[in-house]
Design a protein. Sequence first.
Length: 172
Amino acid sequence: MADRTRWGILGLGNIAKQFARGLTAVSDGDLVACGSRTQENADSFGDEFEVPTRHSSYEALANDDEVDAIYIATPHSLHKENCILCLEAGKAVLCEKPFTINRDEADEVVSVARREKVFLMEAMWTRFVPIMHRVRSWLSDGAIGDINMVTADFGFGGKPNPDSRLWKPVLG
């Protein structure tokens, strides 16, 4: 890749919008393309974020020679196939969490990335929060003693909506 990373976004829902806004804060990346299942969605997203190239299919985005890396923002149930599509097209991939639905799918995606020798990462932003560097240092130095147990929770409020991906088990 060059000095600047040319990004594409695959799947254009709410999390894609957050990524597009976040990308404006980096000095070495540009949002150059987006891909949706319809041209209408691609154009609407492209208009909102001034994206020069708008694709009406995920395949077209994956095969765009002007894109170096692709952020995958589709529902969880599609992450495996979307990652593989992009990796096999030679694109670096940053996949929204969860990475895949299960370990077998994750192993398959990682295997493709290794075979293709292409960068692959789950978009786990909390790993890069500055305090995490300090916590890792404390752990390696033994500053907080032996860790016997860790409890972690994640949740958010939401109203039941049978049409939302959050309420459809088939979408992960």
